[in-house]
Design a protein around this ligand. Structure first.
Ligand code: FEO
Length: 396
């Protein structure tokens, strides 16, 4: 078993690594997940966050490598979601002398999840808790990523325990950014943001602004690696992520029955490339929607294609649009250009239904839906260039 790791003087990583987890409530985690928990050995021994329930034994074993769990005085739960609080019932039993803290909403949520395992004491932004040499300060960060979230700042060590914020689903035996492949870490930080935090960007921007006011040597999230030398990189990335700015790139996302819609998708993608717009051609059967979100998060042009199947769009397309709708808020969509397309046999219901969704979620729809009966020939495919050119020209 991995041992507890001292990440700063008297501060220990005691969390868990879920190497083979490949799905986190609907998003693929090809690099696994970590549930980071931290133990501060001060006059009051303090545990910050726990781990998902199946990892309670690992968590307790790592804590026990550093201190008898019965000696823990303070348990801080920065977030109710079960990937961080799932081991609290075990912790509560093993730490009979501990006082438990969470945000006000966190206290309510923890009681709703676990009943009376402990008395949870509420904290609000600006509250301080002395644990000996150190004083911990708390900042509520609602909706990053649930209403209860908060972060904990240790000014003595200049460490921010940020819970979900600045996290990545990335399992590694090396805890620090500098010891990992930063291209992969930043890629996973982007995917995490696109799939977890994107709708809550105004709230995340406030949390990121607070971070900029702090002296920081480390950001210790509850998922993934610890930020040290790359703090400026992740803070800059959050500036970009939270801005809801779009860039000049296109995603052409489709499903097809007999490759007619696929031909249209390819023509649309190539038309964007001809107009010098970066584009990706994405078959929904080959790429998971959570990977698509990581690309499409800041795409200006979102083109979605479906043929008509039983008088509606293809199920894969409906699944993507449902996922996308939840993660892409209207103020962001107002900056995007939508284009629906698809072939049909006797009724263009599939592409029209796609267009209705793109319009309903607030995208600019400057050109008519591209529909074609039966198999599109080369002349029709060539004409798509003009439609794409028009969509670009008419976009805001
Ligand atoms: Fe990592 Fe919102 O839980």
């Amino acid at each position: 078993m991995l041992t507890a790791k001292e990440i700063a003087k008297d501060i220990w990583w005691v969390g868990a690594i879920d190497w083979n987890e490949r799905l986190f409530h609907g998003y693929t985690t090809e690099k696994g997940i970590t549930y980071n928990a931290y133990l501060i050995m001060d006059e009051k021994v303090t545990l910050i966050d726990t781990a998902k329930a199946p990892f309670a034994d690992e968590l307790m074993a790592r804590i026990s490598q550093v201190v008898d769990p019965a000696k823990i005085d303070v348990v801080i739960s920065n977030h109710v979601e079960m990937d961080h609080s799932g081991s609290l019932p075990v912790v509560a039993k093993a730490c009979p002398n501990a006082t438990f803290y969470a945000s006000t909403k966190g206290c309510e949520g923890l009681k709703a999840h676990y009943g009376d395992i402990a008395e949870f004491h509420p904290l609000k932004t600006g509250d301080e808790l002395s644990i000996g040499k150190r004083t911990l300060t708390f900042v509520e960060t609602p909706m990053v990523h649930w209403p209860d979230n908060m972060v904990t700042y240790d000014a003595t060590d200049q460490i921010l325990f940020s819970n979900d914020a600045f996290g990545q689903h990335f399992a590694s035996s090396k805890h620090f950014d500098v010891d990992n492949d930063m291209c992969e870490v930043m890629k996973q930080a982007r995917k995490y943001y696109a799939n977890i935090v994107l709708p809550y960007s105004p709230q995340a921007a406030k949390a990121a602004a607070v971070v900029k006011t702090l002296d920081l040597k480390m950001i210790c999230p509850a998922h993934g690696i610890i930020w040290t030398e790359h703090i400026p990189d992740i803070v800059a990335a959050y500036d970009e992520f939270t801005s809801w700015n779009v860039v000049d790139k296109a995603a052409v996302i489709y499903d097809s029955m007999w490759k007619s819609t696929e031909k249209m998708a390819k023509a649309i993608c190539e038309a964007f490339v001809e107009e010098d717009v970066q584009a990706q051609y994405i078959n929904l059967n080959d790429t998971h929607e959570s990977d698509i979100l990581a690309y499409v998060m800041d795409a200006k042009y979102v083109c979605v294609g479906s043929p008509t199947l039983n008088m509606q769009m293809m199920p894969n397309v409906a699944k993507f649009l449902t996922y996308f709708r939840g993660l892409s808020p209207k103020p962001l969509n107002a900056k995007r250009v939508g284009l629906a397309f698809g072939s049909y046999g006797w009724a263009p219901k599939g592409p029209k239904d796609v267009a209705a969704v793109l319009e309903e979620i607030g995208m600019q729809m400057p050109v008519e839906t591209l529909t074609h009966q039966w198999i599109p020939g080369q002349a029709y495919l060539d004409s798509i260039q003009e439609t794409v050119r028009e969509a670009i020209a008419k976009s805001l």
